[in-house]
Design a protein around this ligand. Structure first.
Ligand code: GLY
Ligand code: MN
Ligand code: MN
Length: 433
């Protein structure tokens, strides 16, 4: 554990706060059923600032003349550790993770009442968790009750998420190293799925191959529920049933990425179950791929967030006209939005600790400019449901091609280029294995 990147983020955040106190809790454990819990996932803001993965933990930052970084966490507990495993405890957490001080979580309320005293601003993730909203308001009232001792409660409450969102939007070298590794593992999983897939298997058998590949590289969890969608299922954007048999002649759309040390990867590939695209599938595929290349070319520093989307849309609109899915000119298809029958989502999103990561898309009402250090997905698609206005041979073709990109000083770096996506590369990989 190298605490340095986390300490420097805490310092950066304190600088942005200028003064006041910030309370940043980790996530609660969540019951799945009876006494079984979902796998624990820490809060992304909390982990970004601490690197501390245990539940029941809260970070306190004090900005201003006497800056402090404090952790509240579980105490050592020999009995619980026999059942549940190691926990750092207060002293080791302070030393290993580089806090000025650490305290038992049970002391949080009492200490917070002291720490909030005479702080002008209370920062926390406002409105994200009703229990925390109520708790912090109650503690602030408890500080007010001390006013006869000359102690003032914070007179302002501000959402810490805005500042954290802007920080997390620009990835540092420590984060990029993890994201490159996560992308690398996910590419290997997609290649594995392509090699494995055969007609007659079920979607969940391919899902198992993805999870196997993630896990064997230390990425124990997918960053989101994997979509393994054969044939018509690919036209359901958030299909996660993953239980249908795969049929010769169908395409298989896989949207899957691992989470590694808190960072997501997010890749979609679409390939033929049989190993060979038929003519209609290939026609649609080449259009989506061309749209994706155009979007990638537009993802450069200085360009606006929406430019990759607009670039993809123009190619898709022309393609839909060529396929007789849309009528008119590219401009009229864009103007009337008739393309939305076949392409109804946007071309990407910020990517980071959360698969749909934090950070604003518009500043002052305008799409923001892309800057080095931003990471985003580029994921055009085409989803053709049966309809009277659709040529029969195109029915139920659903295709998306999604890569993860880092904006660099000179353009971009595609982090997920090891997952094949040209028709030739896919057919070649599926032929040789
Ligand atoms: N896998 C979620 C997305 O592509 O946005
Ligand atoms: Mn995806
Ligand atoms: Mn995505």
């Amino acid at each position: 554990m190298n605490p340095a990147p986390y300490a420097s983020r805490r310092e950066h955040l304190r600088t942005k706060m200028q003064h006041g106190i910030a309370v940043i809790p980790s996530a609660p454990e969540v019951v799945r059923n009876a006494d079984a819990h979902y796998d624990y996932r820490y809060d992304s803001h909390f982990y970004y600032l601490t690197g501390f993965a245990e539940p029941e933990a809260v970070l306190i930052l004090v900005a201003g003349d006497k800056p402090q970084s404090l952790l509240f966490c579980r105490e050592k507990n020999a009995e619980r550790e026999i059942w549940d495993g190691f926990r750092f405890g207060v002293a080791a957490a302070r030393d290993e993770f580089g806090f000025d001080a650490a305290y038992p979580i049970a002391q949080l309320d009492e200490k917070l009442i002291e720490l909030m005293g005479n702080q002008p601003v209370l920062f926390y993730p406002v409105g994200r968790n009703a229990t925390w909203d109520a708790r912090l308001l109650r503690l602030r009232e408890a500080v007010k009750a001390r006013s006869r001792n000359g102690i003032r409660a914070p007179h302002e409450i501000r959402d810490i998420c805005d500042a954290l969102g802007e920080m997390r939007l620009i990835k540092d070298t420590h984060e990029l190293d993890i994201m490159r590794r996560a992308a690398h593992i996910s590419c290997a999983a997609h290649r594995r799925a392509m090699r494995f897939t055969r007609a007659g298997q079920h979607e969940y058998e391919v899902e198992a191959e993805l999870l196997h590949e993630f896990c064997r590289h230390g990425a124990r969890h997918p960053a989101y529920t994997s979509i393994v969608a054969g044939g018509a299922n690919a036209c359901t954007l958030h299909y996660v049933g993953n239980d249908a048999p795969l049929r010769d002649g169908d395409l298989l759309l896989i949207d899957a990425g691992c989470e590694l040390d808190g960072y997501a990867s997010d890749i979609t590939r679409t390939f033929p179950v049989s190993g060979s695209f038929n003519a209609a599938q290939k026609d649609v595929y080449e259009i989506v791929l061309a749209a994706q290349y155009a979007a990638i070319a537009a993802a450069r520093p200085g360009r606006h967030w929406n430019d990759p989307h607009d670039a993809a849309l123009r190619i898709l609109a022309q393609g839909f006209i060529d396929l007789k899915l849309c009528q008119g000119s590219v401009d009229s298809v864009l103007e009337s939005e008739s393309y939305k029958q076949f392409y109804m989502h946007r071309t990407g999103h910020w990517l980071g600790m959360d698969v749909h990561d934090v950070g604003e898309y518009k500043i002052g009402g305008q799409w923001r400019k892309l800057e080095p250090g931003m990471t985003l997905t580029i994921e055009p698609g085409c989803y053709i449901r049966p309809a009277d206005n659709v040529p029969r041979e195109l029915w139920n073709i659903g295709i998306r091609i999604e890569d993860d990109a880092l904006i660099t000083a000179s353009g971009n770096e595609v982090l997920t280029q090891d997952a094949p996506k040209t028709v030739n590369d896919i057919e070649e990989l599926m032929r040789h294995e």
